[in-house]
Design a binder for this molecule. Sequence first.
Ligand SMILES: *[C@@H]1O[C@H](CO)[C@@H](O)[C@H](O)[C@H]1NC(C)=O
Ligand SMILES: *[C@@H]1O[C@H](CO)[C@@H](O)[C@H](O)[C@H]1NC(C)=O
Ligand SMILES: *[C@@H]1O[C@H](CO)[C@@H](O)[C@H](O)[C@H]1NC(C)=O
Ligand SMILES: *[C@@H]1O[C@H](CO)[C@@H](O)[C@H](O)[C@H]1NC(C)=O
Ligand SMILES: *[C@@H]1O[C@H](CO)[C@@H](O)[C@H](O)[C@H]1NC(C)=O
Ligand SMILES: *[C@@H]1O[C@H](CO)[C@@H](O)[C@H](O)[C@H]1NC(C)=O
Ligand SMILES: *[C@@H]1O[C@H](CO)[C@@H](O)[C@H](O)[C@H]1NC(C)=O
Ligand SMILES: *[C@@H]1O[C@H](CO)[C@@H](O)[C@H](O)[C@H]1NC(C)=O
Ligand SMILES: *[C@@H]1O[C@H](CO)[C@@H](O)[C@H](O)[C@H]1NC(C)=O
Length: 778
Amino acid sequence: MQSAAGTPMSETPFKPHNSPYGSGDPYYSESTGFLTSQRQRKGASNWIKFGVPVAIVVIIAAVVGGVVGSRHHTSAAEAVSSQAAASSAASAKSAIGIYPTGTNSQYMMPLYPSTTNSAAFTSPTFIPQSNAVKAWPSDSFQPSNPAPTSVRPDRPRLIAPSYKWAALPDLIKNDVYMANWNATIFGNASDYYSQPVVQYFMDGDSGILDNARQVKERVKAFSYVYRMTNDTKWVDRVWAELQNAAGNGTQSFGPDNDTRWNPAHFLDTAEMVAAYGIAYDWLYDQWSADQKSSIISTMIEYGLNPGVTALTNDPNYWGWWKNNTQGNWNCVCNNGLTMAALAILGDDTSGIAEQLLGLTIPNANENCVYGVTSDGTWTETANYWYFGTTAHAEMASSLITAAGDDFGLLKTNANFSMTGMFHMYVTGPGTLFDWGDHGPNKYSSTANSIIFYADQFDHPEYMLFQRDQHDAAEPWTMFWYNPEVAGAFWDGMELDHFFDDPLDQWASMRSSFTDENALFVAMKAGKLQGHQTHNDLDCGDFVLDALGHRWAGELGSGNYRSPGYFSSDAQDSQRWLYYRKRTEGQNTILVGAQNQDVTAAPTVQHGSTGERQGSSTVYEVPSDSTAYWTADLTSAYFNVTSFKRGVRTLNARKQVLIQDEINAQASIQWRMHTNATVTTDGTTATLKLGDETLQISMLNPPSGASFSTMQAVRLDTDPTPPEPDQENPGVTVLTINLDAGSYTLELLFNPQWPGMQSSDFVSPPSVPLDQWSLTSHN
Ligand SMILES: *[C@@H]1O[C@H](CO)[C@@H](O)[C@H](O)[C@H]1NC(C)=O
Ligand SMILES: *[C@@H]1O[C@H](CO)[C@@H](O)[C@H](O)[C@H]1NC(C)=O
Ligand SMILES: *[C@@H]1O[C@H](CO)[C@@H](O)[C@H](O)[C@H]1NC(C)=O
Ligand SMILES: *[C@@H]1O[C@H](CO)[C@@H](O)[C@H](O)[C@H]1NC(C)=O
Ligand SMILES: *[C@@H]1O[C@H](CO)[C@@H](O)[C@H](O)[C@H]1NC(C)=O
Ligand SMILES: *[C@@H]1O[C@H](CO)[C@@H](O)[C@H](O)[C@H]1NC(C)=O
Ligand SMILES: *[C@@H]1O[C@H](CO)[C@@H](O)[C@H](O)[C@H]1NC(C)=O
Ligand SMILES: *[C@@H]1O[C@H](CO)[C@@H](O)[C@H](O)[C@H]1NC(C)=O
Ligand SMILES: *[C@@H]1O[C@H](CO)[C@@H](O)[C@H](O)[C@H]1NC(C)=O
C-alpha cells in the first residue's frame, strides 16, 4: 500500500542557534499538496531542519467495514457531513506526510509548510463512526463494576491489550504517522540492541534514575519489536537487561540488596519496577515458569516491598512523596508501583500486589492529580510537566486497560484536562517558556501523555499538536493514538492564553502557531513557594522569541548536586544562593541587589483581542490585534513601595512593549539574559543572533538612564554559595541601573523583520499600566 516509507533518521548533535541552514530542506508544494525539494518559502528560516521528507502516499480504502468503538459520537445528521470533510482531511494530511523538525530549536519543533490546504487544515476533530479511516475495534472487556484487582482475562494488561496488537499492522499500513512511528521504534530498538546492557551509574542526588528510565525505554522498544516480529532475540535481550538490573548479570548493579534500586531516591525504584512490570506483562507468553517467578521475586524484593514501606511507614524518608506532594514524584512513584502490581496480580502469591493497589490509587488521587493547577499549569515547571504527566498517563491508561476504569485519576481534579493546553501554550516557536529547573534526562518521559489525554478528554487538538513532535515515536503512542483524528491543531486556536491560578499566573502571546519565525512573548508572576523546590525567584521573568531566535531566555537548572540546592524554598534556603536560582539570574528587576521575597502573592490583569488562527499556516495578524498582561509585583520585593510590570504586543504583534512602574528605596536594576551579541548606545541596545537583529529602545527614558551589559555571574555583594556557580557561556546580561526612587521604564522591542522599514515601526503613546486596555496604544 505504501509507495515510499519513512526513513529512520540519524542522530544529529544539537546545533547552536547560529549554525548555517541545513541542506536538502523539504518544502511543500501548494499545487500538488506534497513536499518537494523546491524552496517555496520566502524569507529565511533560522531553525536547522532535520531529517528526510517523509511523504508516505497512503491509499485509503474507500469502504472499510467493521469500524466500531469510537468514543466520539455526533448526531446522525452532523455525522454525514462532517464525516466526509474530516475523512478527506485525514487523507489529505496523510498525503502530506510528517513535517520535518528543526534541530537547532531546543525541542526540535515541527516546521510547518507555509501554505493553505483547505482539504487538510480543518477544525480538529475525531471522525465520527463509519468512515474511510481505519479505527481501533472496541474493547470487549467492559466490566460493569470495575475494581483495580479484577483484571482483564487476557494479556497484555498494561496500556496495550491484545486486541490492539491484532489491529495494529492494518492501522500502520493505513496511517502515515503510525507507519513512521513503527519504523522509528524499530530503528531505536536496533540502536539499543547494539549497545551493552544499561551500565550502573550512581549519579549522586539523581541516583540511578537515568539507568531506570533507560531500562524502561529499552524494555518498551524491545518488547514492542518482539510482538511485531515474533523474533525471540528481542525477548532474550529484555531478559539480559532484567538480569543485569537485578544484579544477576555479568557485572554488578548496585552496592547490595537493600540499595540496589536506590529506594532512598524512590523515583529510581518506581521507574525500574515499572520496566519489570511492562516486561513481565508484554512478554508474558514467552517467559518460562522459572523466569516468571524470578522476575516477580526481584520486583518484590527491590521494588514492591520498599514501596509498601514507603507508603505505610510514617515518617519514612523513602516515602516523603506520599504526603502533600503535588508534583512529578508522587505520580512517578505511585505509577511504577501500580504498573508493577497490575502486571503480577494473580501470579503473585504474597498479596503485595493487592495491598499496593489499595495504597497507590487513593494516594495518587490525593496528590498526583493536583500536579495540575486550576488553570492547567503543572505546579513545578514546564519541563517537570513531562515527568509528571507521563507517569499520570501511564497509571491511568494501565488501570483502564487492566481493570476497566481510571479510578478517579482523570476526574478527581476537574481541571486536569486543561494540561494539554498548558503544554501547547508554554511551547514557543523553538523551545518552551522554560522557567525553573529542567529536570534530569527525559529518556522514557515524553509529551505523549497529551495523545492519551486528547482521546480521553475529547481534545483532538492535543493529538494533532503532539503527533508531529520529535518525541512522538515510542510504543505508548502506537496504542494511545486515535487514527480517526483529523484537522490542524492551529485551526481555531486562540493566539493568547492567560493562566490565572495564584500559584502560577503567566501569560502566553504570539503572532502564529505555525511560523517558526513568529513572535512569542511569555511572562510570569505567581507564588514562589509550592513548586516542589524547582522554581526560581522569578516574578516578572519573561522570554521573547522572534525571527527564529530566542532573544530573552532562561539559564535552566543549576547543579542538582550542589550542597543545599533542594534544601527548601524558605527565604534563607541555600538554593537561593546559586546565581541561576536567584532573582539576578532572571529577566526581571532586581532591587537592592536582593532576592525576591518568597512570600510573594502577585495579582494580574490582562486582555486580548482574541484572534484565533484559521486553517492556513499563513496567518495575517489583523492590524488592531493585541494582547497585554500586567502584574502587581510589589509583594515580591523588599524595600519597594510599589512595582507593576506589564507586557503587550504592538503593531499587529510585530513589536513588544515591556513597562515597569516602580518606587523603591534601594537601587534598581533592570536585567535581561540573552545569547545575542549586544551593543549599547545610551538608550538603545542592538542585539544580534545569526543574521537577525532585535533593537530595544527606552521610550521617555528617566534622566540619566542608559543600557549597559554585564556578565551572567553573581554580584560582588552576594553571599557566597556552598559551591561555585556553573558558568553561563555566551550569555550577556543587558541592564539598566537606577538609584532608589520612582520611575517608569518603557522598553520597546523591535525585531527587524524582513522587508520592514524603520518607518513601519510604531512608537506607542505613554500610558500608565492601570490604564492599559486593548485600545490604549492604538
Ligand atoms: C529514535 O530514532 C529517531 C530517528 O533516528 C531519533 O531521532 C531518536 O533520537 C531516537 N530516539 C531515541 C530515544 O533513541
Ligand atoms: C514496522 O517497521 C518495521 C521496520 O521498518 C517494518 O519492517 C515493519 O514491516 C513495520 N510494520 C508494519 C506493520 O508495517
Ligand atoms: C506472531 O505470532 C502470533 C501468534 O502465533 C501470530 O498471530 C502473529 O501473526 C505472528 N506475527 C508475525 C509478525 O509473524
Ligand atoms: C541478596 O539477595 C539474594 C536473592 O534474594 C540472596 O540470595 C543473597 O543472599 C542476598 N545477599 C545478601 C548479602 O543478603
Ligand atoms: C536474580 O538472582 C536472585 C538470586 O538467585 C533471584 O532470587 C532472582 O529471582 C533473580 N532475578 C532475576 C530477574 O533473574
Ligand atoms: C502531611 O503533610 C501535612 C502538611 O505538610 C502535615 O500537616 C501532616 O502532618 C502530614 N501528615 C503526615 C501523616 O505526615
Ligand atoms: C476548575 O474546575 C472547577 C471545578 O469544575 C471549576 O469551577 C473551575 O472553573 C475550573 N477552573 C478553570 C480555570 O477552568
Ligand atoms: C542560550 O541558548 C541555549 C541553547 O539554545 C538555551 O538553552 C538558553 O536558554 C539560551 N539562553 C538565553 C539566555 O537565551
Ligand atoms: C532592604 O530590606 C532588607 C530587609 O528588610 C534590609 O535588610 C536591607 O537593609 C534593605 N536594603 C536597603 C538598601 O534598604
